[in-house]
Design a protein around this ligand. Structure first.
Ligand SMILES: *[C@@H]1O[C@H](CO)[C@@H](O)[C@H](O)[C@H]1NC(C)=O
Length: 178
């Protein structure tokens, strides 16, 4: 009698504690961590240091450890990659045309917000409760930060640029018609 009661209490204890268990065999299974796993698959890139992607997906409203500086490096990696790609295809491209393409790529409404939403970043990025995670500033910042994080993870902005071209599409004039 006593032992079956102990068993029931123990079972109730297990049922109560299991949903809160986040660490199983050293892996973290929080919703944020599983979103980062999915995101890496979408990017076709696996981070050596997942903390870099965690930071990339953290808006300044959420934490002091945020993606603000990463997004600057990411934007630079994207521009380098696009410039390199376009000049490799056409060494005679004019400065005006190159600048036009670059500004289309970095346009928050037509380009990075589209790429970011396709990746579902508005559902991943951590923001304060008062911040709209779907706003273009937030999703574009998160999107660019991914490439800052990859640059840091690989020590190369080229690797980040290649992931960008895969995610964005290699037709760099694709938004010119819009
Ligand atoms: C959040 O931002 C998106 C994109 O700009 C907008 O469509 C949506 O209405 C905003 N939501 C709120 C609650 O302000």
């Amino acid at each position: 009698m006593q032992s079956s009661r102990t068993f029931i209490i123990f079972t109730i204890f297990l049922i109560a504690i299991l949903p809160h268990a986040t660490i199983v065999q050293g892996h973290s299974f929080s919703p944020f961590s599983s979103a980062l796993e999915t995101l890496q698959k979408q990017l076709g890139y696996t981070f050596k240091s997942i903390s870099l992607l965690r930071r990339a997906m953290t808006h300044a409203s959420f934490s002091e450890e945020n993606n603000k500086a990463f997004s600057i490096l990411g934007a630079t990696s994207i521009e380098t990659s696009v410039s390199f790609n376009l000049l490799s295809k056409d060494v005679d491209i004019s400065a005006k045309e190159l600048n036009r393409r670059l500004s289309l790529i970095s346009n928050v409404d037509s380009s990075c917000a589209v790429d970011a939403k396709r990746l579902g970043l508005h559902k991943v990025v951590r923001v304060s409760p008062k911040t709209n995670s779907s706003s273009t500033a937030v999703v574009c910042g998160a999107f660019r930060s991914i490439f800052g994080a990859i640059s840091l993870d690989t020590g190369s902005s080229e690797a980040a640029g290649n992931v960008f071209l895969t995610v964005h599409g290699r037709d760099l004039g694709v938004y010119a018609a819009m």
